[in-house]
Write a protein that binds this ligand. Sequence first.
Ligand code: FEO
Length: 384
Amino acid sequence: MKKEIFFVGVDDKTLDLFEGQYPISNGISYNSYLLKGSKNILMDTVDKRKTEEWLKKVEEALDGELLDYLVISHLEPDHSASIQKLCEKYPEIKLIGNSKTFAMLPQFYRQNEENQKIIVEDQTVLEIGDRKLQFFLAPMVHWPEVMMTYEIEEKILFSADAFGTFDVAESKEKWEKEARRYYYNIVGKYGLPVQNLLGKLKEVPIQKIYPLHGPVLTENLVYYLEKYRIWSLSEPEKDGVLVVYNSIYGNTKKAVEELEKILKEEGIEDVVLRDITRQDSSEILAEAFYYDKMIVAATTYDGGIFPAIENFLRRLKSKNYQKRTVGLIENGSWGPVAGKCMKEILEQMKEIIICEQMVTIKTSYEELQKEQMHLLVQELKESK
Ligand code: FEO
């Protein structure tokens, strides 16, 4: 019996928004793997949008053999939605999961009583046919029932959502950008569980990582593991300034363009301007974590903050944005309060230095603000 691993995942290139909110311009893959040997083991299922295409791939890879086991790494529907159809097609299949998997399973597949269930605990090793699998529970990376599987002989880590990207399986070029966006938007709130997991895996000799989205990682794993270490700690990766703004009539935009000039005159080369209403906010959120400094420029709106900026700041808070320096620019024609309101949200975050110099614009950018802008840039430069 030849031992072989088949990729039986599928790309989804027609979904508009992943999880109903994240743009995926290049599509996304739902990965699934068939471990063939004296027993055949399937790693995860796929989103219901792709069930039939995936079942066909599994059948072709089985090539007439029986399917013996399904490992359920994660129950979010992008991976669990085809469990029922799989069990109907292969009624003898045994399910492998942890106690949380099986407590939650009826929410995703009600008629599961027929299938034998094998419950594993953290670091349980199972000998299945001619393979040895070790399971690592990874609660909250990204749901409580998540677990990873280590194929001991081939040294492969099946890593669930971790190391995944907003991208199709064949695409490696954009791994860093899309994996960062995936991490901070989807898993980012759970930095501590990711650190716990990386700690558990420290002594495990991993040679390949097979995630549930995006490409299989087979080389230079130190790079990927290091990225996850940095991201889990919410550490900045780049000295530079992200400027996030909204502009109703173009005045705040003009102000941030002036700000960009001043930043560059002062020797800060890496400056990016992002219009919160016209660019993908999940990308901007990932950039906020990438850079060590940020300036937010918002108009006052309904006695508070322009809604898209307020929403962005609240999302940063929910993703545990921390360890950064932030400057503020507010605009308001008669009662500018956006700055004060933004400060109140930022003060709820950990280790955020808020520059004392706030720039206040009354409708249009004038000489007075230029002076404030210079002071803000100086303060930002001096901040570590
Ligand atoms: Fe890819 Fe948390 O699901």
